[in-house]
Design a protein. Sequence first.
Length: 132
Amino acid sequence: EILGKNIVYINLILPKIFPSINKIVFNKFHLLQIKSLFLENDVIKPGNNLVIYTKIKNEGSFKERNAMVRITIPELGIIEQSLIRELKPKDQRLKIFTIEIPKNTKKDYYNLKIQVFNQNSQETEAVQFEVI
């Protein structure tokens, strides 16, 4: 593994046409990315809904299957997730999460973490929001 990309080496046997070439290198890699993360309201009251929009893109060379998008707010014990069954190279999906902030949540800043992952790739981003 080099810089997070799988490098596939293919031997090329064309000695009569290209006698000096014995290998060609193709970059083939898996790369799921969080292209955008938007909170509809980053200041919220307890008991209200926090709406999260996120765009996930396959920037890799392979079709990705069973990519999980997970939202967590660790301080509140909140975990929400959604599955993307298939994402072809250069395709993207918009995922919208609606999370109810518990009524007993204290005024403070909270961290929201988003992850996209499958068996081949993973990425994590984080943002803060305020409960008033």
